[in-house]
Design a protein around this ligand. Structure first.
Ligand SMILES: [Zn+2]
Length: 415
C-alpha cells in the first residue's frame, strides 16, 4: 500500500503562498514576526489559520485550550487522529519559521492527502498548539490536550497571572476550558512535527534532515554563594570572603566540565544577582540561576551530582557557604523508535540525507510522548539563528521536510 504513495509530493508553490501570507501577519521591519501568545498579531494569525482551513475544505476544530486544528476525515468514523503540527505563536521579535513552518507543512500534507482522495486507517489532523513558546505558560495547548495542565500552572504562570487572564479574555478562553481540553489516549494515533533546527549541526554536516532522538530534559537550581560584605578599599584581598569569586569560578569550571565529561549536555548560568551590589562593597551574596539539559535521564543524575560537587568545591576554595534550591525538572522525552525508522525510510524514498540528533529546545511533542508515538524532524537553519528576525531556512529544505512528513504520515497512517 505504501509503495503506491511513494511518488506523492506536497505542492511547494501552494505551501510557499500559505507560508508567505502567514509571515505577513505580525511582520516586523527587519524580516521577523512578533506574535507573542494572544497578542493582536497572534490572534490575527489564528483567525487566518481558521479561514485557511475552511477555504481548503477541511473541518475546523478548536478546544478549550484554544488549540486550532484542521481535520481530514479520511478513515472510518470514530477512528483516532494522527496529529501533525507545531505553533503559530512566536517569541518577542522572533523569526518567520519557528513553529509557523510546522503548521503550514502539516496543513499542506492534509491538502495533498485530500486532493488525492486517499483513504487511511486513521484520520489526519493538522494542529496549532497554543502558547508553545511560553510567553504565558509554555507548552500550554499541548499540556492541556495531553491532560497534564493543572490549576497551579494557570494560577502562577511564568508570564504572570494578569497577563494570562487578559490574554484568555481576548481569545475567548477560560481556566475551566483550559482544564477540560484533555483528549482520551485512544483518540490519538501519533504526533509528528517538522521544525527548524535552531542550531548549526545540520548545516555544518551538509545533511538534509535531522531525525530527533529525544527532546532534552531541563533541571534548574538557584545557587547562593555566601560570603561577607566588607569595605572594598580597606579590606586586604586575602581577608575577603568575596561571593563573586565562588560564583564566577563555578561558572567557568562548570563549562569546562560539561564540555569534557558530558558532551551531549549543556549548562547555563543565565543570571547572577550581587548583594549588596555596589562599587565599594565586597559582594556578600551572589545568587545564580543554573539550568542544565540532557537527552538522557541517567546522565542527568550524574551531571546533577557533578555540578553540585563542583559548586561546593568552588565555594570552599574561597571560604564561602553554598546554599542550593532545586527549582524543578522536566524529564527528557524519547521519540518513538517506530516513527524514527519511518522518517528514515521516507528520507530514503526521497533521496534525502538524514542524521539522528537530540533537540536542545523544548517542543510540544514532549507533552504527548507518554500518550502516543511521537516523532520530530529538523531542517537546517542558516547560520543556526533562531528566536531572531535572522532566522532563515532555504525553501527547498522546508519543502523536503514537508515531503518527509507526508511520506511518513502515509506510511504510519496506512497501517
Ligand atoms: Zn518552535
Amino acid at each position: 500500500m505504501t509503495e503506491a504513495f511513494s511518488s506523492l509530493r506536497i505542492n511547494p508553490d501552494r505551501m510557499l503562498d500559505s507560508f508567505t501570507q502567514l509571515a505577513s501577519i505580525g511582520a516586523t521591519a527587519d524580516g521577523g514576526v512578533n506574535r507573542p501568545t494572544f497578542s493582536e498579531a497572534h490572534l490575527a494569525a489564528r483567525k487566518w489559520l481558521k479561514e485557511e482551513i475552511e477555504r481548503s475544505g477541511l473541518e475546523f476544530h478548536t478546544d478549550g485550550a484554544g488549540n486550532h486544528s484542521a481535520l481530514l476525515a479520511c478513515a472510518e468514523d470514530g477512528s483516532p487522529s494522527f496529529l501533525i503540527g507545531s505553533h503559530l505563536d512566536s517569541v518577542l521579535n522572533g523569526g518567520r519559521f519557528d513553529g509557523a513552518l510546522g503548521v503550514i507543512a502539516a496543513l499542506e500534507v492534509l491538502k495533498t492527502v485530500k486532493e488525492n482522495g486517499i483513504r487511511l486507517k486513521v484520520n489526519v489532523e493538522a494542529i496549532d498548539f497554543t502558547d508553545e513558546e511560553g510567553t504565558l505558560v509554555g507548552l500550554l495547548g499541548s499540556a492541556a490536550l495531553a491532560g497534564y495542565l493543572n490549576q497551579k500552572d494557570l494560577s502562577s504562570p511564568r508570564g504572570g497571572r494578569d497577563n494570562l487572564l487578559e490574554g484568555m479574555v481576548r481569545a475567548g478562553l477560560s481556566d475551566a476550558g483550559m482544564l477540560s481540553a484533555a483528549r482520551p489516549k485512544d483518540s490519538l494515533a501519533g504526533y509528528l512535527e517538522l521544525h527548524i533546527e535552531q542550531g548549526k549541526r545540520l548545516e555544518r554536516a551538509g545533511t538534509d534532515i535531522g531525525i530527533v532522538t529525544a527532546i532534552v530534559g531541563i533541571w534548574s537550581y538557584r545557587l547562593s554563594f555566601i560570603g561577607r560584605a566588607d569595605h572594598a578599599g580597606s579590606t586586604t584581598m586575602s581577608d575577603r570572603l568575596d561571593a563573586s569569586l565562588g560564583a564566577s569560578a563555578f561558572t567557568l569550571a562548570a563549562r569546562e566540565m560539561v564540555m569534557k565529561d558530558f558532551p551531549s549536555c549543556v549548562v547555563n548560568v543565565g543570571k547572577m544577582d550581587f548583594a549588596p551590589g555596589a562599587f565599594n562593597i565586597v559582594p556578600a551574596n551572589v545568587e545564580l540561576a543554573l539550568e542544565f539539559r540532557s537527552p538522557d535521564e541517567q546522565e542527568f543524575d550524574r551531571l546533577d551530582a557533578a555540578l553540585l560537587t563542583l559548586a561546593e568545591k568552588e565555594a570552599a576554595r574561597f571560604g564561602l557557604e553554598l546554599k542550593t534550591e532545586f527549582l524543578g525538572k522536566h524529564s527528557p522525552s524519547v521519540m518513538s523508535e517506530n516513527v524514527r525508522s519511518a522518517f528514515a525510510s521516507s528520507c530514503e524514498v526521497l533521496g534525502l540525507s538524514h542524521v539522528p540528533l537530540s533537540s536542545g529546545a523544548g517542543h510540544d511533542g514532549q507533552s504527548l510522548s507518554e500518550l502516543c508515538p511521537v516523532g520530530m524532524i529538523f531542517v537546517p537553519s542558516v547560520d543556526g539563528y533562531s528566536h531572531s528576525p535572522r532566522e532563515f531556512t532555504k525553501w527547498e529544505d522546508c519543502v523536503n521536510g514537508a515531503n518527509v512528513l507526508l511520506q511518513t504520515v502515509l506510511q504510519l497512517a496506512a497501517g
